[in-house]
Design a protein around this ligand. Structure first.
Ligand code: FAD
Length: 353
C-alpha cells in the first residue's frame, strides 16, 4: 500500500514529493509530459511585480522558504539549480522612476528596491531614463530540476512515466486503487492538465499561454537580467531567453508565429545589437482569477487533494504552498483561507447539479 499517489512532477509535484519523502511516506509519482509550464519557465524568483512596483502575494516570506528548499535540493541531487541574478528594470518615463521611489516606502519593498538608479548597464541596451536594481533575485534552472528530480524518483522506484488515466481510478472506502497500485491518498499536481481532471475541473483555472524566444547575441555580453517591455535573461554561451508573452485565449501548446513577432517587435524596441533566434518554447501557466493557488481536499472525496494555480510565480509559491498542504493533511493544521479550494465550494455544487 502506497501512502500517496501524486499526479504531476512539475514545480508543484516536486515540492509535494519532497515534503512527503521528508516524512518517510511511500509515494508514486506519475507524469506524461503533457504540460510544459515548469520546463519552459524563465525560472525567475523575484518578489516584486515590475509593472506596478508592488510586492507579489506573500513573496517576502516565500522567498526565504524557496531558497532554502532549492538549496537543499541542490545538495540532495548534487546539481547547481540556484543562480543569483540581479534584475534591472528599464524605466520608460520619469513617472516610472518616481513610482519606484514611492514604492520604496511601502512595507517590505525597501528590502528589494535599490535606492540608487543606474544610467547605463550595457551599451546595447540604451535608455533615455535610468534603470532600477531589484535585489535578492535570481533564477532556478527548472529544466535541470525536473529532469534530475524525475531521475531521482525513478531510482527510488517512485516514478511512472505515463499518463494517469482517470478511468482506472477506483475510490474505495479507505483507499484508492489505480491499476495494480493501492494508495491511501492522492494529490493532483497536474497544472493546466486539471482541465481534463474530472474531480477538480470545476475549479476556475484559466490557462495563460507563455512563449519565450531563445536568441544568440554574441556581441551583447549581458550578465544581468533586464526587464523592459519584455525580459532578457542570460543563459550563458551568448544565449538569452526573451519573453514572455501572456495569452489568455490560445490554449495550444505549440509556439506561434504571432508570439514570435510580438516578442521580436518588443525586443527590437530596446536591444541594439545583432542577434538570431535559435529556438522558441511555449507552456500554459495554471493561472487563477484571484491570483491565489488552488489547494486542498476535494469537496466530496476524503484523501483526494489538489495543489495547483501557481500562475506565473510557481518558483516562489511552490515550496510554501506544498508545505501548507502537507501540514494540513498530516498534522491537521488548517489551510489559509485564501488558498483553500473551499472558497469555490459553490462552483462544485453547481457543477454537480
Ligand atoms: C513561458 C513561461 C514562463 C514562466 N516563467 C516563470 C518564471 O520566470 N518564474 C516563475 O516562478 N514561474 C514562471 N512561470 C510559471 C511557472 O512555470 C508555473 O507557475 C509552474 O510551472 C506551475 O507548476 P505546476 O507543477 O503546477 O504545473 P506544470 O508545470 O504544468 O506541471 C504539471 C505536470 O503534470 C503533468 N500531468 C498533467 N496531467 C497529467 C496526467 N493526466 N497524467 C500524468 N501527468 C500529468 C504534466 O505533464 C506536468 O509535468 C512561467 C510559465 C511559462 C509558461
Amino acid at each position: 500500500m502506497l501512502d500517496y499517489i501524486i499526479v504531476g512532477s512539475g514545480l508543484s509535484g516536486i515540492a509535494i514529493s519532497e515534503k512527503l519523502l521528508a516524512k518517510d511516506k511511500k509515494i508514486l509519482v506519475f507524469d506524461d509530459n503533457s504540460q510544459s509550464s515548469s520546463t519552459v519557465a524563465g525560472g525567475i524568483y523575484n518578489p516584486v511585480i515590475l509593472k506596478r512596483f508592488t510586492l507579489a502575494w506573500n513573496a517576502n516570506e516565500q522567498l526565504d522558504i524557496a531558497l532554502s528548499f532549492y538549496g537543499s535540493l541542490e545538495k540532495k541531487l548534487n546539481i547547481n539549480l540556484v543562480q543569483a541574478l540581479p534584475i534591472y528594470r528599464r524605466f520608460h518615463s520619469i513617472e516610472e522612476q518616481n513610482n519606484w521611489f514611492s514604492a520604496m516606502d511601502k512595507p517590505y519593498l525597501s528590502r528589494f528596491l535599490d535606492e540608487k538608479l543606474v544610467s547605463t548597464i550595457n551599451p546595447h541596451i540604451p535608455s533615455s531614463h535610468s534603470f532600477g536594481l531589484v535585489k535578492e533575485t535570481g533564477v532556478i534552472n527548472t529544466e535541470i530540476l525536473l529532469e534530475k528530480y524525475r531521475d531521482y524518483l525513478a531510482e527510488i522506484n517512485s516514478f511512472q512515466q505515463e499518463t494517469f488515466d482517470f478511468d482506472h481510478l477506483k475510490i474505495n472506502e479507505d483507499h484508492y486503487t489505480y491499476k495494480n497500485w493501492k494508495a491511501k491518498k492522492i494529490i493532483f499536481c497536474d497544472g493546466f492538465g486539471l482541465k481534463k481532471n474530472p474531480y477538480f475541473n470545476y475549479l476556475p483555472l484559466n490557462g495563460n499561454k507563455g512563449e519565450y524566444l531563445i536568441i544568440k547575441a554574441e556581441g551583447l555580453k549581458l550578465e544581468v537580467a533586464v526587464k523592459s517591455s519584455v525580459f532578457i535573461i542570460p543563459l550563458g554561451n551568448d544565449l538569452y531567453k526573451v519573453g514572455a508573452t501572456y495569452n489568455n485565449w490560445d490554449k495550444s501548446k505549440e509556439p506561434t508565429e504571432d508570439g514570435k513577432n510580438y516578442l521580436l517587435e518588443k525586443l527590437n524596441g530596446f536591444l541594439k545589437c545583432d542577434f538570431e533566434v535559435v529556438d522558441q518554447v511555449a507552456g500554459i501557466r495554471p493561472a487563477t482569477n484571484d491570483r491565489k493557488p488552488l489547494v486542498g481536499q476535494h469537496p466530496e472525496y476524503d484523501n483526494m487533494y489538489c495543489c495547483n494555480g501557481f500562475g506565473s510565480r510557481g518558483v516562489l509559491i511552490g515550496p510554501t504552498v506544498a508545505s501548507e498542504l502537507i501540514s494540513n493533511i498530516e498534522d491537521s493544521i488548517p489551510l489559509s483561507e485564501e488558498i483553500d479550494i473551499r472558497r469555490f465550494a459553490k462552483l462544485y455544487q453547481t457543477a454537480s447539479l
